[in-house]
Design a protein around this ligand. Sequence first.
Ligand SMILES: Cc1cc2nc3c(=O)[nH]c(=O)nc-3n(C[C@H](O)[C@H](O)[C@H](O)COP(=O)(O)OP(=O)(O)OC[C@H]3O[C@@H](n4cnc5c(N)ncnc54)[C@H](O)[C@@H]3O)c2cc1C
Length: 417
Amino acid sequence: MAELKADVLVLGAGMVGVGAALHLQQRGRDVILVDRHGLAGEETSFGNAGLIESASVFPYMFPRDFGQILQYAMNRSPQVRYRFSDLPFSLPWLLRYFLASSPDRALHSAMAGLPLIRRSLIEHEALIAEAQVPELLRKTGWLKLFRSDASLANAARDIERARQYGIEGEVLDGKAIAAREPNLTGEFTGAIYLPAPGFVPDPGALAKAYAALFRRKGGRVLVGDARTLEQDAGRWRVSGPEGGMVARDVVVALGPWSDLVFGPLGYSIPLGIKRGYHLHLAPRGNAVLNHPVLDFDLGFLLAPMNRGIRLTTGVEFARRDAPFTPVQIEQALPRARALFPLGEAVDAKPWMGARPCLPDMLPVIGKAPRHAGLWFDFGHQHHGLTLGPATGRLLAEMMTGETPFADPAPFAATRFG
Ligand SMILES: Cc1cc2nc3c(=O)[nH]c(=O)nc-3n(C[C@H](O)[C@H](O)[C@H](O)COP(=O)(O)OP(=O)(O)OC[C@H]3O[C@@H](n4cnc5c(N)ncnc54)[C@H](O)[C@@H]3O)c2cc1C
């Protein structure tokens, strides 16, 4: 079979891989985007909550509050659940996550990630304009609802801290919540409205629209299995049903599956997994949800997607490939129905995905330390939709010798020793 040649193979066509492929292409590189599906946006980048979280200065770190840790330990928190049988697998990673969440280290992560967060919506807006899909970005901002004084006070404090980095947030009382979302019912102590973040009503379609743009500009999206990656005579090669694909450079952008490639190459990078679920439901009657709405204390989010109202859950600590356990969807469903008039489920069963996370909640971006031509772009945790195009720019700038727009040092794979 013929061998296809390119300058770069990008492995993984989620939002992260597509973002990298487009930025490399813009810089004159001939790129093949390789995915086991041969299509973009079929996995984690399909199922997320659709938020371009350009206001999310402080990443989701391990809590330091004893009461909250106790709730997690007893598996009583609606926001976080763990699979008991997977604890031996999850605990070492959770310990690293806890250590990386000290106030100093959490601030380091926030400051390192800030240039990416600031760039996130700008990059999406440019690509959305070029891909001609303005309907896939809604500038509604989003709402976080609080049912306890303590959680509202914490969130209001975070907004005050974020203000120094240019983030706007408004504290709403019950009347202001009702004015924004007349169909919500519940006892809220208040809400935070974040006006700047974008909302994508079909995240899978956005990844596909970006991949279509990449193809229109001469890029190839092909089926291949990243696990076949091998280095031979200074070239990287992967195999697919159409034959081999070779290039001098290869980018690992496999999200939660990235370990299947970096592991066999001898890299010990602590990639962890936070699983999450979604289910679409039809709104009842003429009920309309104007923004994505997080019910913070009850641990779920409702987002007005094109397919229906997408109910997404918090975090499940489990092995990536452990059996599907949509307990959080079952717990959230009656609470979601009490919050907003929801009818029948649109999906036959919930969807499950895995947020790829490093303990410091920063992605790994840049050159692999021990292999020429091997590059990493994975671990985008809760913010892969948000950051895919911005980290794609950073990686492409590094690969083509441009001055990177952000300091790449905090994202180096070598930070794990
Ligand atoms: C419930 C939930 C809600 C979320 N909400 C948000 C949100 O609102 N905003 C936000 O910014 N982020 C959110 N996220 C996080 C975000 O979805 C992820 O960070 C992001 O999708 C990761 O993108 P990725 O491209 O790295 O991975 P993926 O999208 O998973 O892409 C990886 C690709 O690799 C391919 N692949 C895997 N194995 C192989 C192989 N052997 N060979 C070839 N290809 C392979 C897969 O087919 C896939 O296409 C959420 C995540 C979850 C689970």
